[in-house]
Design a protein around this ligand. Structure first.
Ligand code: VG1
Ligand code: CO
Length: 549
């Protein structure tokens, strides 16, 4: 088998964002674009003392979106040319992000390449993405993604073998030159781990009782096969529990983002008078989750807090939690639980890569983000179906409606009213100056009374990793009030069109009599303030956000 060294030139735009390199499909289809980035990953591994690619195992798979199949064939040929001993690839090129993380850990791979743009739309006009996960199963740390980027900027050649496509539709081992390609069942290792963490017999009994009904919306994305196998086959939920369960290259034309806007089909089902008791959805690559009860929505921040408060009641977490972590914009609800449990609560920048060291060091057991991401030390990625199973386990224990679980939690800990307002596809220049100017104005706000609340502190969030001392700066502008309310502004690092401004708004309410209020109403003065402070309308022409979650 012949190995070619192909000469190439750097692309200036290959710096990974919050979660890998995401671009329009058409960008990835340019000659050499994908190849350059993959070679940059392999080269940077070979520069690391313990990361030589020779003879090592690589995990490979994606969320099944358009371009997945052809990209996988290219990466296989490049892995063979770069000396990998073995590549484990999901059947049909499918692996959810959390499953890839679990497979990397189980098979002691050097790392994994996951092809996904997560919740971004797919199809020929949509987005594509690639991310590298390290040997711990987690997204490459910033120093690694920066090394990959640096390498991509000086790259002048890549290596690839000449070969036909590897058959990926059947399980089994094939060869590509010296390298073994093992096509694995994408669900098996994942499902086995879930079965070890949760009380499957008890959940199965709840389904079997006929008194409990659920809908899981896979949004035509990667979790379809996982949810069918686990919910319908292993747990005995009736056929039809999983909707939109067949992964499609364009996600059925939808936006595979599990929130109240994009998962409206599910939201409407749960709102019907005779609707199911429990609803959940996951995103393009299976790492996000949305939790619904009958006529009830659980914010991701509340979900994290509730899971933390009840973890000791679930088999996999019976020994309790060593600590918890949340991304900075995630609400402070979990902080209250951590305080009650007497365990540490870490605050990290946005992006799962910042949880990796805390998980590896055993400092935390659970962690989460406001963006529908929840996870634990069972993997090094957020895990959509895991969160759903956790909720199912809790529901099966008490047989209480979701609404009641939520209300009881608020009564005990108080409610952190929370909302995120996204202003999408803004002019990148205007959004950039909005942030710069806002940051310059912030210091003058210290001690001021705004919307009836006193400003305690303002800053641009910076994080020092307590495990390796790494520093991440400029992670979001914060206006912190004395009563615990917060306004946070940051620009998205995953979008591919212009800029997206995310505004996170939060206030604490101890009084149970007020817990039933609509967050948009309860937070109205702060929402108005968030727009005025940043001069959103005059600078962007937007009087309302594109998406409210
Ligand atoms: C968004 C979310 C962030 C999440 C990231 C990747 O990033 O805010 O919490 O970790 O997406 O999630 P940003 O920079 O656009 O705000 V996923 O499901 O795309 O892997
Ligand atoms: Co995702």
């Amino acid at each position: 088998m012949q190995t070619h060294t192909v000469s190439t030139r750097p692309f200036p735009d290959q710096r990974p964002g919050t979660s890998g390199l995401r671009k329009r499909v058409s960008v990835f289809q340019q000659p050499h674009y994908l190849e350059n980035f993959v070679q940059a990953i392999f080269d940077s591994l070979n520069q690391m003392p313990d990361g030589q690619t020779a003879g090592q195992t690589l995990i490979l798979g994606g969320d099944g979106r358009f371009h997945n199949r052809s990209a996988i064939q290219v990466i296989l040929r490049m892995a063979a040319a770069n000396g990998f001993g073995r590549v484990l690839v999901g059947r049909d090129g499918i692996l959810s992000t959390p499953a890839a993380s679990i497979v990397i850990r189980k098979h002691q791979a050097l790392g994994g390449i996951i092809l996904s743009a997560s919740h971004n739309p797919g199809g020929p006009q949509g987005d594509f993405g690639i991310k590298f996960n390290a040997a711990n199963g987690g997204p490459a740390a910033e120093k690694v993604t920066e090394a990959i980027y640096a390498r991509s900027q000086v790259l002048d050649r890549y290596r690839i073998v000449e070969a036909g496509d590897v058959e990926l539709g059947r399980l089994g081992t094939r060869r590509l030159g010296e390298m073994e390609v093992e096509v694995i069942d994408p669900v098996e290792d994942y499902a086995a781990l879930m079965e070890s963490l949760f009380d499957f017999p008890r959940i199965a009994a709840a389904f079997d009782s006929g008194l409990f009904r659920m809908r899981f919306d896979a949004m035509h994305a990667v979790t379809g096969p996982y949810a069918r196998q686990i919910l319908e086959e292993r747990l005995g939920a009736p056929a039809g529990t999983v909707i939109n369960g067949i992964p499609r290259e364009d996600f059925g034309g939808g936006h595979p983002d599990p929130n109240l806007v994009h998962a409206h089909e599910l939201v409407e089902m749960l709102a019907a008078a005779d609707g199911p008791d429990f609803g959940a959805a996951s995103d393009g690559d299976g790492d996000r989750n949305m939790i619904l009860g009958h006529r009830c929505y659980v914010t991701p921040s509340d979900s994290l807090a509730i899971l933390a408060a009840n973890a000791h009641r679930v088999p996999g977490y019976r020994r309790g939690l060593t600590g918890v972590a949340r991304s900075m914009p995630t609400s402070l609800a979990v902080d209250r639980v951590a305080e009650a449990l007497g365990i540490p609560c870490y605050e990290t920048p946005t992006g799962w890569k910042f949880f990796g060291n805390l998980l590896d060091a055993g400092r935390i057991t659970l962690c989460g983000e406001e963006s529908f991401g929840t996870g634990s030390d069972h993997a090094r990625e957020k895990d959509g179906l895991w969160a759903v199973l956790f909720w199912l386990n809790l529901i099966a224990l008490d047989r209480k409606p979701v609404q009641q679980i939520l209300q009881e939690h608020w009564t005990r800990f108080g409610r952190n009213f929370y909302t995120r307002h996204d202003y999408e596809a803004l002019d990148a220049g205007a959004a950039g100056t909005l942030m710069i100017d806002l940051e310059a104005r912030l210091p003058a706000l210290r001690g001021e009374l705004l919307a009836g609340r006193r400003v305690r502190e303002v800053d641009n969030f910076a994080y020092t990793d307590p495990v390796d001392g790494g520093v991440a700066e400029g992670q979001g502008l914060r206006v912190l009030f004395e009563d615990g309310a917060r306004l946070i502004y940051r620009l998205s690092g995953t979008g591919t069109e212009g800029a997206t401004l995310r505004v996170y708004i939060e206030a604490y309410e101890a009084d149970p009599a007020r817990h039933g209020e609509d967050p948009q109403q309860a937070l109205k003065p702060l929402i108005d303030l968030s727009r005025a402070l940043a001069e959103i309308e005059p600078r962007t022409g937007r009087s309302t956000p594109s998406v409210i979650t």
